[in-house]
Design a protein around this ligand. Sequence first.
Ligand SMILES: [Zn+2]
Length: 412
Amino acid sequence: MLTNLERIQSDIEALSNFNATRENGLTRFSLTEADRGAREYLKGELNKLGIIPYEDAAGNLFGRLEGTEPTLPVIMIGSHFDSVKNGGNFDGPAGVVMGLEILRVISESEIELKNTVEFAALIEEEGGRFGAGLYGSRAMTGVVTYEELMTNKDSHGISMSDALSAFGFDPKRIEEAKRNPEDIKAFIELHIEQGPVLEQEAIEVGIVKEVVGIRQLSVKIVGRPDHAGTTPMHLRCDALQAAAEVIAKIPQFANATNDGTVATVGVLNIKPCAANIVPGVAEFTVDIRSKNALSVEGVHHKIESQLKALSERGQLQFEIETLLTVKPTRLAESVEKALRESSEKLGISYKEMSSGAGHDAMIMASVVDTGLIFVPSKEGRSHCKEEWTDYDALQKGIEVICHTVIALGRSS
Ligand SMILES: [Zn+2]
């Protein structure tokens, strides 16, 4: 292998020290002391390669290893280095370490690439501090405004704008973080899977074809609150019983699509919520995710039909509000093909997958050719201190991208 296991392990361990909650998982919110520490570590590692790091107006960190034809568009590699509260050492940093290690391999082996390879370490992907998820990549695509920086505040009321200023950035220049898509040949990210599939199937890497579309619904069923002792069963208008009937069918609706569509009821509230009162109102959310926009529509439609049928049966009323719609994002076939070829050449087993979670790659895919590799998550755990990927498993993903970058950088 071209990549070095000890260096990969040492980077992950070093980055995990920049942590605000050392006794309870990893917490590295954006533009905090932990962020500063990780940032300085990454800058130091870039310096060792003779690369002068630079930061954009959004607070993202970059380093460029010049190609032999510097006017060609860059191959950008990386991920985010912020974390959720009490998260793990791999969500984000795995992809940042990928970027660093590939720069090392290319610079030490004197491999000559035509394209410049650009390392990217992005912030606030999780939205852990400011609630501004996927911020770093959104800023690169030019959709973050100064107004958003003023509006997004952390739990202490500090705006993103003030936090950026305190870090030495100029929030008024946020629009300068926008990258010209023509200057980027490809964006390639590595991320932990955050699910159990690769481990369960004993496959080494996931090559992501698309990031799923999401629809979130809020459903409100209005029945009638009544005395739980004196109201006969046949005279009730029980909102919770109606909700239970619909909710019980949702897994069938998802399974019937036969394409891996998932649907989750994550919130359920009833009113008045007392042991001796027939529930008058039941409200619940439905989160539907699929690689096929039509399947999302289909599940939504079936839920609505079911509610209609229930309301026709009794005096129930219902409302459905769509809280969120995100279309599925297809990643670039050209990059996917290059990743597949590298895996095959290296004898690393792979599986084509959809990503059920949003990633910076999803945002970048809206403007440039983008690829995403998953490495296995132990027991599928993530966003918790148990999150783990074996270092040699991480190395395989990095190796695949390393060979892909070399192939892409030679072909231009
Ligand atoms: Zn992540």
